[in-house]
Design a binder for this molecule. Structure first.
Ligand SMILES: [Mg+2]
Length: 335
C-alpha cells in the first residue's frame, strides 16, 4: 500500500458512518485487535457463545456478543460489525425478525448476516436467504465449516469495500475523485448549516501545464501531477478531503476552518510546490500553482467551490503562483 492509499484509507468516510455513535455497555468483546474483523454473535444460548468463541479462536476476529434480538440490533448499530452470526430460534424476537429489521435500516442493511439454525428444512433455509442473509450454518456446527463460512463471508465483505473505495479514487494520483468530493461537500455543508461552523475550500491549478506537456511530454506531466498530489497529502490534515477536480486542477475541502486559516495552508502548499525540484533528463524543473480560497456557512448559491474558483481565476489573472482569498458574498453585496 503506497502513501496515497494509506492516506486514502485513513481519510475514507463511508456514506453510513457509524464511528460517531456512542458505545453501548450491554455487549462484550473478546480477542481480536486493531485490524481484526468485528463479528457480532446474536444467540440466546450462552453455550453457543462459548462454542463459537472456541471454534473461531486464532482467527483475526473480534467477537461481540448479544443474547437477544433487541440488544443485537442496538449492537449492530453501534459496532457496525463486518458480519453477524444470527440465531434463528430466540424468545421474544426470532432471528428472522431481527434480520428483517436489520435489512430495513439503512445503517445496518449492508451488514452480512449468517443464520445459525437448528432446522434442516429447506423451506426455513430459503426463508433466511430471501430475507437477505448471505449464508446459513446448521447446528451443531462443524468447526471447519464454521471457520470456512465466516472466512468466505469476511473475504467477500473486504472485496466489496475495496471496490467501493476504488470507485471513489482517481487512478493517476490516488486522490479522491469528483463523485466522492461532491458527496463530502454536501455532507459538510449540511453540517455547517446546523453548527454555524465554516467550511472552506482551496481550488488550485497548475500554472502553464499545457506548456509543460508540450515541452517535456505527457508522461512527465503525469509525474508532476502525482508529485503535487503527494505534496497535498503531506500538507493537509486528516480531516481535509483532497480531490483531483479535473485535468490539472485540484480541490481541498477543509471542514470547520475559516478562509483565513485555509489561506495559510494554501500558502504553505504554494511554497512547497514552488520549492520542489522535478527532474527530467537530468535537469531540474520547477512548477508553480495558483490558488483560490473561500469559506461559507450556508449551502446557498454561489457555493464555496464556485467562490474559490472565482478567486483562482483572479490569482491567474493577477500573475499566477499566488493565493487569492474570495471576497465574502455578503461583504461584496454591501460594497
Ligand atoms: Mg436459540
Amino acid at each position: 500500500m503506497n502513501l496515497f492509499h494509506q492516506r486514502l484509507f485513513k481519510n475514507f468516510v463511508p456514506l453510513h458512518d457509524f464511528s460517531t455513535r456512542s458505545p453501548r455497555t450491554t455487549i462484550t468483546a473478546m480477542g481480536g485487535g486493531i485490524l481484526a474483523n468485528k463479528v457480532l454473535l446474536i444467540d440466546d444460548c450462552p453455550a453457543i457463545h462459548g462454542l463459537v468463541k472456541a471454534r473461531l479462536r486464532g482467527e483475526p476476529i473480534e467477537i461481540h456478543c448479544a443474547f437477544d434480538g433487541d440488544t443485537g440490533i442496538q449492537a449492530a448499530n453501534t459496532l457496525a460489525p463486518d458480519l453477524i452470526l444470527l440465531d434463528v430460534q430466540m424468545p421474544q424476537m426470532d432471528g428472522f425478525e431481527v434480520c428483517r429489521r436489520l435489512k430495513n435500516d439503512s445503517r445496518t442493511m449492508e451488514i452480512s448476516v449468517i443464520f445459525l439454525t437448528g432446522a434442516t428444512s429447506a423451506e426455513e433455509k430459503v426463508k433466511g436467504l430471501e430475507l437477505g442473509a448471505v449464508d446459513y450454518i446448521t447446528k451443531p456446527f462443524d468447526p471447519a465449516e464454521l471457520r470456512a463460512r465466516v472466512r468466505a463471508s469476511l473475504r467477500t465483505k473486504y472485496l466489496i469495500d475495496l471496490l467501493a473505495r476504488k470507485a471513489m479514487v482517481e487512478g493517476l494520483t490516488g486522490l479522491f475523485n469528483r463523485t466522492y468530493f461532491d458527496s463530502r461537500l454536501l455532507a459538510e455543508m449540511a453540517h455547517s448549516s446546523r453548527t454555524g461552523n465554516p467550511v472552506s475550500c482551496v481550488m488550485l491549478d497548475l500554472d502553464r501545464f499545457k506548456h509543460i506537456n508540450d515541452t517535456y511530454g505527457h508522461p512527465f506531466g503525469d509525474e508532476i501531477l502525482r508529485g503535487i498530489a503527494q505534496i497535498l497529502n503531506d500538507n493537509c490534515r486528516t480531516e481535509d478531503t483532497i480531490c483531483r477536480y479535473g485535468g490539472e486542477e485540484f480541490v481541498i475541502l477543509c471542514p470547520n476552518t475559516p478562509a483565513t486559516g485555509t489561506a495559510l495552508l494554501a500558502e504553505r502548499i504554494r511554497n512547497a510546490i514552488e520549492s520542489f525540484r522535478f527532474t527530467h533528463n537530468g535537469f531540474d524543473i520547477h512548477v508553480t500553482c495558483s490558488f483560490g480560497v473561500a469559506d461559507l456557512k450556508q449551502a446557498a448559491p454561489p457555493g464555496v467551490v464556485e467562490l474559490a474558483d472565482q478567486a483562482l481565476y483572479r490569482a491567474k489573472h493577477e500573475g499566477r503562483n499566488r493565493v487569492v482569498v474570495a471576497e465574502h458574498p455578503a461583504a461584496a453585496q454591501a460594497a
